[in-house]
Design a protein around this ligand. Structure first.
Ligand code: FMN
Length: 461
């Protein structure tokens, strides 16, 4: 029997029907759509507030900022969104565990209830502490987890650690230090370490470049296996990130079983993003293939990479050059004169000695331990090379005029996909791009697309 097309369309519903109901309930949002963090306040307070006021969760880009600046952001966002929704990012860095601890202290002190945590390679005491310190027992005996953890990752092995309850050995240590109560320690066995796992596919910034269609099913399978064993009252939710910037991609992610979707690259080209107008204009013109992997600053010595814009920027090539030199020589002194002069002339535009002086002054304030490590000539070379990588991000954000060619702009193929989709519409120009408007349009169009698929597949006319 042929069905009535409008009845099928009504049944399909609007964008609020996408994703897990529990995501909307637990995060107090209207839509299962999240704006991911962008480091150094590229995801500004304004971005988080604009999305929050429109009923979407967004994460402040706390990574790479001094603690006082993060505190300022907490105050501002809490004043404008006293009842949420908002999240703060906690970026793990193996060499800065004390910084991680200080940030968790700050978030606990201010009652920040949602952390988007990323770059973790394993669980650390501070993140376990954040989760467990928010546990209480309701009158009916069930467990309330007031501190929500959204972890972003791309490895199945790591996902399993976050889907299980916090490890008993770490809880015992926290209990001994008086950082959690005996009741909280007991309740911890009943909750997963993270309520939400964002599966990051081929995205801007840190990425393993995995395709979402391959990664998501493995994570969903793992979640289902663990849920069968653990029987959590609310199963761990799986979100999709990486390449999401069109209605088609959003619909595909939800149809594959994602509980929520996360955008990143597209938001950087918006009015609320904390980067220069020059970068926003550049982003509005990049194509799908105008991105490349390049060495990153924090984990330069370990050879980690990030996805960046390569159109009209020599940054990926120059950063790679520095990485090659670092791997080839044991110290600055062993770099042949001609090669060293080329680096000073083309990349640094300064002598390496003067860069070292600047680097020393920076780390003396921000992280003196690095200067202790720098007694090794190889580490000293790494710190000097990292100066260029760090400055290249700053030049982009500030729009430094004579350094356009060196701008480091984190970005994935999602940006080109969005530009293709928006071409010919008011969203083509960055001056018209507002984060909440883009979220609304993408989600509504995804719902409309779903309706038209549902009508077509039902055989209705
Ligand atoms: C400029 C930029 C900076 C980012 N910085 C962070 C960060 O500090 N912490 C984090 O968890 N994710 C960061 N991300 C990742 C985003 O939060 C998001 O997960 C990702 O961009 C989604 O994929 P997409 O780029 O394909 O949209 C960043 C992404 C971009 C584009």
């Amino acid at each position: 029997m042929r069905k009535n097309a409008s009845a099928v369309a009504d049944a399909a519903g609007g964008p609020e029907r996408f994703g897990a109901r529990s995501f909307l309930r637990d995060h107090g949002v209207h839509f299962a759509y999240m704006g991911g963090a962008m480091a150094k306040a590229i995801a500004t307070e304004e971005l988080v507030i604009a999305l929050g006021q429109a009923g979407y969760l967004a994460s402040f880009g706390a990574g790479g900022l001094p603690l006082e600046r993060v505190e300022q952001a907490v105050r501002k966002i809490q004043a404008r969104l006293p009842h949420g929704p908002y999240a703060f990012n906690l970026l793990h860095s193996p060499r800065k565990l004390h910084t991680e601890e200080a940030r968790v202290d700050l978030y606990l002190r201010y009652g920040v209830r949602t952390l988007e945590v990323s770059s973790f390679m394993t669980l650390t005491p501070s993140i376990v502490r954040y989760r467990v310190a928010g546990l209480t027992q309701r009158a009916d005996g069930s467990v309330e987890a007031a501190n929500r953890v959204i972890v972003k990752l791309s490895r199945v092995e790591l996902a399993a650690q976050f889907m299980d309850p916090p490890p008993p050995a770490m809880i015992a240590a926290l209990l001994e230090r008086g950082q959690v109560t005996p009741l909280q320690a007991a309740l911890a066995a009943h909750v997963p370490m993270a309520g939400d796992i964002t599966v990051e596919a081929d995205s801007g910034g840190h990425t393993d470049n995995r395709p979402l269609v391959a990664l998501l099913p493995s994570m969903l399978r793992l979640r289902d296996d663990i849920q069968r064993r653990r029987r959590y009252p609310t199963p761990v939710r799986i979100g999709a990130a990486g390449g999401i910037s069109t209605p088609q991609a959003i619909l595909a992610a939800f149809m594959m079983g994602a509980d929520y979707v996360v955008t990143g690259s597209v938001n950087q080209s918006c009015i609320e993003a904390g980067t220069s107008p020059h970068v926003k204009r550049l982003l509005a013109h990049v194509g799908m293939t105008d991105v490349a992997m390049a060495p990153e600053s924090d984990m330069f010595e370990q050879g980690f990479k990030v996805q960046v814009v390569k159109q009209r920027s020599l940054f990926p090539m120059r950063a790679q050059k520095l990485s090659d030199v670092y791997r080839k020589y044991e110290s600055l002194e062993s770099i042949p004169d001609l090669e060293r002069q080329a680096l000073e002339r083309d990349i640094f535009r300064a002598s390496l000695d003067s860069v070292w002086q600047e680097t020393t002054a920076f780390f003396a304030v921000r992280n003196p331990e690095e200067l202790v490590r720098a007694q090794s000539p190889k580490v000293r070379m790494a710190l000097i090379f990292r100066w260029y990588l760090g400055q290249a991000s700053r030049w982009a954000v500030e729009g430094t005029p004579d350094r356009e060619i060196d701008y480091q702009i984190w970005c994935g193929p999602a940006m080109g996909a969005f530009n293709d989709w928006a071409r010919g519409s008011y969203l083509e120009t960055p001056e018209n791009r507002r984060v909440a408007d883009i979220a609304r349009v993408l989600m509504s169009e995804a719902a409309a697309l779903y309706t038209s698929h549902a009508v077509r597949m039902s055989g209705a006319s």
